[in-house]
Design a protein around this ligand. Structure first.
Ligand code: F6R
Length: 241
């Protein structure tokens, strides 16, 4: 495990973008695993900036995202497909057909999970997986207590997640109660993993996940056993290291 302490959020984002762009420069058709959430927005902005300056070409790159809400179509503002298009895919020269997310509108959960695992296999596995970390140590939608052995699966969201999400939806609109997520096993099969975290609120979980015991109570702790893990944190998130 390599830990890099960045000065601040911008520095963390630039360093993460450097890793991702180096991967794409070394292998133009690299498969990059992507995350949504607040943490990677700066990284995506940096990649867009370098693309606009002519420093990175995404024309052959392929991506697979970690997760998607069940029941949300791509056009829904809260869907992860919408997020990815908005912050990255619509702003670079990646071919949309090379960008993959679970299909939130799939009816048959098991069939969708199997399809998505097959997508990951068919592109040859993930060369570099970008991850954020939840305050409770979750990665993707793998919440504390989930088995480390799971591949892509359908997750029942906890009531607190549903409640927290409800502010993002219009009145009367149904808030998703389930999501599709890569499992810990799918994530661990990536060739390289890059986890980013910023802000004081992530300081405790960064310490527990990477300097404490490996336990399903803290899903990200399993990453300690990956043979090519880089963790980039800003100074605030590194407070207890
Ligand atoms: C999103 C995802 C989540 C986030 C995590 C941190 O695709 O996989 O596990 O990485 O919830 O979210 P932020 O970055 O908003 O703190």
């Amino acid at each position: 495990m390599k830990i890099i302490i960045a000065k601040d959020y911008n520095d963390m984002s630039r360093k993460a973008a450097n890793y991702l762009s180096a991967q794409i420069i070394m292998k133009s058709n690299a498969v990059i695993g992507l995350a949504t959430g607040e943490t990677p927005i700066g990284t995506y902005n940096q990649l867009v900036d370098w693309y606009e300056k002519g420093d990175i070409d995404f024309s052959e790159a392929r991506t697979v995202n970690l997760d998607e809400y069940k029941g949300l179509p791509a056009e829904h503002e809260q869907s992860y497909r919408y997020f990815m298009n908005k912050y990255l895919f619509d702003r670079i020269n990646i071919k949309k057909e090379n960008t993959h997310l679970p299909n939130g509108m799939a009816i048959d959960d098991d069939a969708e999970c199997e399809r998505y695992e097959n997508v990951i296999k068919s592109v040859g596995g993930i060369d570099m997986q970008l991850l954020g970390i939840g305050l409770n140590g979750h990665i993707g939608f793998n919440e504390p207590g989930e088995s480390f052995e799971k591949t892509t699966h359908c997750v029942e969201l906890t009531q607190s997640t549903i409640d927290a999400n409800s502010r993002l939806f219009h009145e009367g609109e149904k808030v998703p109660e389930k999501a599709f997520s890569m499992g810990i096993k799918s994530i661990m099969q990536s060739k390289r993993i890059l986890l980013i975290a910023n802000g004081e609120k992530k300081a405790q979980i960064v310490k527990d996940a990477f300097f404490g015991p490996v336990t399903p109570k803290i899903p990200a702790s399993i990453l300690q056993l990956h043979n090519n893990l880089t963790v980039i944190v800003d100074k605030d998130a590194a407070k207890y290291l």
